[in-house]
Ligand binder design. Sequence first.
Ligand code: GLA
Length: 385
Amino acid sequence: MEKLVTSYAGKYQGQPLVVKSPGRINLLGEHLDYNSGTVLPAAIDRYIYLAIGARQDDVINVYALDFNDEVSTSLSGLKAAWKLWPNYVLGVIQEFKNLGKQLSGMNIVISGDIPLAGGMSSSAALGCAAAFAINELFELNFTRVELARIAQKSENDFVGVKCGIMDQYASLFGKENRFIKLNCDTLQHEYVPFESDELEFVLFDSGVKHHLISSEYNVRRQECQQGLDAIKAKLPQVTKFTDLSEKDVVQFKGQLPEKVYNRCLYVVQEIKRVELACSALIGGDFERLGALMSLTHEGLKDLYEVSCAECDFLVNTVEKSEGVLGARMMGAGFGGCIICLVKKSSAEAVIAHTKAAYKQQYGKEPKVYHTAISDGSAIAEGVIV
Ligand code: GLA
């Protein structure tokens, strides 16, 4: 953070406001946020840090310290950059403009320690950091829910990924040692504690960069919508996936295109699993929780088809290890990380074994991240200027 502020002062002069927005893990409820389901994410102790200061003129400068890359544009002539990373910031500025907010030019420096394309939502954290910082700097008084929607909408419209709201919500609403049980239909949430001295979540990064994410992700959304529309046409009382049981969907086997049917089946199964997972968490039944995670992986692999060989290999390897309660690919898919619930006493051995097995199979070791469940977006404290 000190480096960030020094860099800001060197480039743009003055003392910036510094905010931080975390990445997230997701315990269960994958691909449910855009299907009106309930999700179970949590913010983690890895952040995007963003330093911001207002300018007297119309100029917008955004500098990515970790890439040593800068983009300059203007408030009045704002348009998407050809590179991806600045658009998570510029899109948010555009959203505030669309909402009729009066801004000035601004200088922004960003840095962070969330692995890129690792499935921990570094991009959503960047959008949230921008939304949170601009809201503070220009005293716009948006609530956190509104900021989550702004960051999501900017990713939908400006970046072109039709993501749901889970990542932004988790980044803004994270709470230490709590999962966020978020109903994505009503945008109401409650916190579910994760309290265990014996267990931890470890992430293994396949190193596969999910380049399919924008195209295939949007296709999954369309397939779910197509399935739901066809079901609704036959069952008019149904308005959303949460109105359906697995039994209802099974009746449509053979009536829907196979892939569409499989997507719908996954969605209703996962909706049920989230409920079971919450009961398991509350009851401290972590064996059950782990088993549900592993079932979710099966569904994501076989029915939703968003896993990849490397993530499947990692899940299979850790699941066979002593002390692992469950594991699954995490996030949108097509690469990135798997999340593994493991006994702390076994973690070291599991990591060593998995690294070696992965290296033998793919010629490189997976990166490993230990995570702590943390608070959401905030003004960063302890900045030395
Ligand atoms: C990405 C999206 C989220 C969510 C997950 C899958 O992270 O940004 O909105 O859909 O994929 O659960």
